[in-house]
Ligand binder design. Structure first.
Ligand code: HEM
Length: 194
């Protein structure tokens, strides 16, 4: 969420486009609902692009080979600790055009949250994230609601600092996001009824 909001603040054109999509499909007479998510492909592109650039678990979780195997030509004995560098795959210039550029449009037309073995923010196989569907809905609902209800602004003139901090298994921002927001004039009545 924090990475997504930071990216949106640094790319106001994308934020506007997402807001327009929500206004078109949800309108401003009611709050965003989870069931709206299937009608908001651009919002999904933003989430996919955020998880591509800043995967929540950049090395997935440690795995262990249960039997001898060969991976990419390397012999891996059973019992070996294996880490998958998902950050490197998600940001590999050999498979992504301008990987460090935030371009949600690159995912237009993609159904779901995987793109072969290029985009795997929830891992893959039997030990992939067990709550992938729930997590995607939670992020979509929360992010969509923030976009629908508020106008967002940076604090000061500088772009939001996108440096990555030192995490354990996860990828935190080096500096917490600070932003200004005010209710969109069209949403004030609805928000005041909450
Ligand atoms: C956007 C949010 C989330 C992302 C991107 C995410 C991503 C991941 C990833 C990449 C893995 C490792 C998969 C692998 O090694 O192949 C994982 C594992 C796991 N996640 Fe998530 N996750 C998210 C939210 C959650 C939440 C909210 C929960 C719990 C309520 C959760 C519970 C777990 C558990 C229990 C595992 C370990 C599964 C196993 O080892 O069998 N995740 N997640």
């Amino acid at each position: 969420m924090e990475w997504a909001m930071s990216l949106l603040l640094n790319h106001p054109d994308v934020l506007k486009k997402a807001q327009a999509e929500i206004d078109n499909h949800v309108g401003q007479g009611r709050l965003f609902h989870e069931s709206d998510l299937s009608k908001l492909p651009y919002l999904r592109c933003i989430i996919n692009e955020t998880l591509r650039m800043y995967p929540a678990a950049p090395l997935l979780v440690p795995h262990e080979s249960s039997e001898d195997c060969v991976v990419g030509g390397f012999d891996i004995p059973h019992g070996t600790l294996l880490l998958v560098n998902m950050w490197a795959i998600h940001n590999d210039p050999k498979i992504w055009e301008e990987p460090r550029k935030f371009k949600p449009e690159r995912f237009e037309g993609l159904e779901g949250r995987r793109d072969g073995f290029k985009l795997l923010p929830f891992g893959s196989g039997r030990r992939s994230c067990p709550v992938e569907g729930l997590a995607e809905r939670m992020v979509g609902l929360a992010l969509g609601s923030l976009i629908q209800c508020f106008e967002w602004e940076m604090v000061g003139d500088d772009l939001v600092d996108m440096s990555e901090g030192a995490g354990g298994l996860t990828l935190p921002k080096a500096r917490v996001l600070k932003a200004k927001r005010k209710p969109r004039p069209t949403m004030v009545d609805l928000l005041s009824q909450l």
